[in-house]
Design a protein around this ligand. Sequence first.
Ligand SMILES: *Cc1c(COP(=O)(O)O)cnc(C)c1O
Length: 425
Amino acid sequence: MTILKQQTSALHAGYEKDSQRTMAVPIYQTTAYEFRDVEHAANLFSLKELGNIYTRLMNPTTDVFEKRFAALEGGEAAIAAASGMSAIFFAIANCAEAGDNIICASQLYGGTLTQTQHTLKRFGIEARFFDVHKPAEIEALVDEKTKCIFFESLTNPSIDVADISAITAIAKKHKIITIVDNTVATPILCQPFEYGVDVTVHSASKYTTGQGLAIGGILVERKGLLEVLKGNPRYPQFNEPDASYHGLVYVDVPLPVFTLRIRLSLLRDIGAVVSPFNSWLFIQGMEHLSLRMKEHSANALAIAQFLESHPKVLKVNYPGLKSNSNYASAQKYFKNGMSSGLLSFEVADMETAEKIVNATELYSLVVNIGDSKSIITHPASTTHQQLSSEELIKCGVPAGLIRISAGLEDKDDLIDDIKQALESI
Ligand SMILES: *Cc1c(COP(=O)(O)O)cnc(C)c1O
């Protein structure tokens, strides 16, 4: 079949009906799968044949989620994980080992900051940081132990848009893998592979489920990633025999090897696997992801425009505003003028921010984004509480910053509520 348009893939990709011919993708709620005989079992374990073994490694419902998401993102293959954080861990741990370093944008999701700065450090992997607006800083951080460059296409919570092409150009020069967290932009707004990115990761817990229903993550590998890995001295783990998989040399396997190595080693040994039921929820969410992203983007823009005109608001961060320093990048990298549902605004100080958050009625005080219900968050007292005031400024999260994830309610109600909250203090 010809390559389908994105919205058609969102409804059909990766699902071949079985003998029951169910319209909805079935939930294969099972731990394991029966082998035909001993030879079949041995063939599956030695990769002579591909097939189901155990749900920690693969599952037919999750397989549809993976294939469909890969199609949506324009990639070759995907692998699902138990959460966005585990997908990020798998992506980095597939490149870097003790003694290596990774280069990350400073403007990152709070969990990713702590994972890279603290947890990976304890595993012997050093994270070096660059300002996402100054890709040239990367050059001075690269050495022969650098294994990947990690950044977010649309950053959470600082809401900056990365100059993706500028970053991938530097990565290509040094033959380093780029990993992009595309959670906030979603495949609907942004297709990072078009700009030379190698691997994308997502928290499926956000826009993919869309209604705040489940935790999950997914990682996608671009077509032709093998060219970067094969014979590249940075990546011996793909070029030398894997002792934990009877001497398998990944670059010699005719399959998308980045995701294959995660499945065969990291998913096998770490076990942060998504449940079949959650995969099924993500499949439902993908069907209308493009419709929702249009509405999330329109509502966020309307709220941002209102806030921009309000005297108590010092600054509004939304890449869809012409006044925003990220506007040009958003126009370049995001489709159809959409800028997603995330915006933030700054008020005088921590205390004022807390009062405004408490005074809203329609917005729920929740540390999540991408729900159909609107959410308000005060990062300095929650997701970024562990950071010092210096670190807060560095990652673009001042104490008076309030973040909003615009839901799918009527925009007039959303504006009225934020207006009454601002005026009640
Ligand atoms: C939420 C989020 C994550 C973490 O995902 P979980 O599914 O909560 O583990 C990672 N990156 C970004 C940008 C996020 O918004």
